[in-house]
Design a protein around this ligand. Structure first.
Ligand SMILES: Cc1cc2nc3c(=O)[nH]c(=O)nc-3n(C[C@H](O)[C@H](O)[C@H](O)COP(=O)(O)OP(=O)(O)OC[C@H]3O[C@@H](n4cnc5c(N)ncnc54)[C@H](O)[C@@H]3O)c2cc1C
Length: 449
């Protein structure tokens, strides 16, 4: 059916000839083949997205939506689908910004900072990934998670359903009311956060005003012997950090590098006082070589080399990363009560990768209520030292712990979904309502009946 010239003509009539191109085989950042979309369609606004979905529905063609394909839990299956690129617009409605789901997060953050605001959370992934994926992947890992996940930063979302209808969540769900608040009415936003594209295409996101904070980076080195004490001291900084990242790498396994970004939305003086206190407490816990550097005033407006440091430049950007290696990642969000056992298992995985001769990192990203723990191996394209067969038993072991996966995708075994009923059947009922022909997220385990 996708080869049907009338179908192509119908898509071109919506987005213009230049907006439709034949799909080519795609692979994601893990090296997994995602298949070839029938067509790739670039949209500039929600009306176009809705019309494309209605056309696909009429022709019985599945729809996929993707950004830079850097999600390493393999949520995507593109074969034979129409791959939609959502709009990347940025407009203002009252006090909130309406950002297109196709906006790249770094460019968006700079745009917001020019007006004194900022994007408070984003993946620790160079900045060239899309905003829509933060909703679909429930961004609760990376830079900024000390101040809340993506759900705390938004007033609602605009979604195109599988019927081709346009739906707003949050206050904007009430006709004639602007997006200014998520809560206050029964709010559907949460159902879309973490849905991995299964309930609709997110087209725009209403971003709450979050003033660009003053920030001081406090960094140092924790030996293995003091890690627990340093983590406890860092946890106690809840409320005054936006990011605490603690990382061990395969080229230095005798300790951990800690980076804490201390923040104040109020003043440079306040953040300096807070950073001094953080410096004192972390040093007392045993962090050594502690350095504290205030971000420049220009960094607050997104235009300075110290601003660039937030985007992980040493790894060279997503394209450079993908040219070098494929990412074999396993991430979970664990409650603090389960931290010791989760860390012990993560250490086992990390050690197995080191023993296999693979470059890897074990990373802890702290939040007040939980910790994101990830083990991320960068496997050269010509190496078979670590692949799905080696990873599979580790996914099974993590699935047995009291935690949630970061994110479901295809990498987790069915055992991770055990216990999700009846939530899953309610989600399927919602999907049946929003997407009766099951156009979205083909073959995704969360949405497969
Ligand atoms: C080195 C490295 C570090 C990383 N660090 C982090 C990290 O700290 N935190 C983190 O969260 N992730 C991290 N990631 C994973 C990944 O980069 C992020 O999750 C990112 O948000 C994915 O963006 P993307 O544009 O590549 O989306 P894709 O991988 O293309 O898509 C991801 C999912 O979002 C869905 N989606 C995308 N847009 C929409 C939309 N408009 N509507 C509905 N569904 C949509 C897709 O269907 C898919 O299910 C890292 C990746 C790498 C390579």
């Amino acid at each position: 059916m996708p080869a049907d010239p009338t179908f192509h003509a119908a898509l071109a009539a919506i987005v213009g000839q230049g907006g439709v191109e034949a799909g080519v085989p795609a692979i994601d950042v893990t090296g997994r083949a995602l298949g070839a979309p029938a067509w790739r369609v670039r949209t500039v606004d929600t009306t176009q997205v809705a019309a494309v979905v209605r056309t696909c529905r009429a022709h019985g063609v599945k729809v996929s939506v993707a950004g830079r394909m850097s999600a390493y839990w393999s949520p995507l299956h593109l074969d034979g689908t129409v791959l939609v690129e959502p709009p990347a617009s940025l407009t203002r409605d009252g006090d909130v910004w309406l950002a297109g789901a196709g906006c790249l997060v770094r460019g968006l953050d700079v745009g917001l900072r020019v007006a004194g605001s900022h994007l408070p959370i984003h993946p620790d992934a160079f900045g060239d990934t899309v905003l829509g994926a933060l909703i679909a992947g429930a961004c609760t890992s990376g830079v900024g998670m000390g101040q809340g996940g993506i759900g705390a930063a938004i007033a609602g979302i605009e979604v195109v359903t599988g019927r081709g209808d346009v739906l707003w969540t949050g206050s904007a769900a009430r006709h004639g009311v602007p997006p200014f608040l998520r809560e206050g009415l029964p709010d559907l936003t949460g159902a879309f956060i973490g849905a991995e594209g299964g309930l609709g295409i997110v087209t725009r996101i209403a971003l709450l005003h979050r003033p660009a904070p003053w920030r001081v980076r406090v960094s140092g080195w924790a030996s293995g012997a003091v890690l627990d004490v340093v983590v406890a001291a860092a946890r106690a900084l809840a409320g005054i950090y936006d990011t605490v990242r603690i990382v061990q790498t395969s080229d230095r396994t005798d300790g951990w590098a800690l980076d804490a970004w201390i923040v104040s939305s109020w003043s440079a003086r306040e953040v300096a006082q807070r950073a001094l206190e953080a410096w004192r407490r972390l040093s007392a816990a045993g962090l050594t070589g502690v350095v504290s550097v205030a971000e420049s005033a220009a960094a607050r407006t997104g235009r300075a080399p110290d601003y660039d440091a937030r985007w992980n430049p040493e790894a060279g950007g997503l394209a450079a990363f993908s040219a070098r290696a494929r990412l074999a990642g396993l991430d979970v969000n664990a409650p603090w009560a389960a931290f010791p056992q989760t860390l012990a298992l993560a250490r086992g995985l990390f050690a197995a990768q080191v023993a296999a001769g693979v470059e890897t990192r074990l990373a802890l990203y702290l939040a007040p209520d939980f910790v994101n723990i990830g083990v991320h191996a960068s496997v050269p394209h010509d190496s078979e030292a670590w692949g799905p067969a080696e990873a599979a038993p580790w996914f099974e072991r993590f699935a047995a712990l009291p935690l949630v996966p970061y994110r479901v995708g295809r990498t987790w075994p069915p055992s991770m979904l055990r216990g999700l009923e009846p939530t899953r059947s309610l989600l399927h009922a919602l999907a049946d309502e929003l997407d009766p022909d099951h156009l979205f997220a083909p073959e995704h385990p969360l949405w497969t009946r």
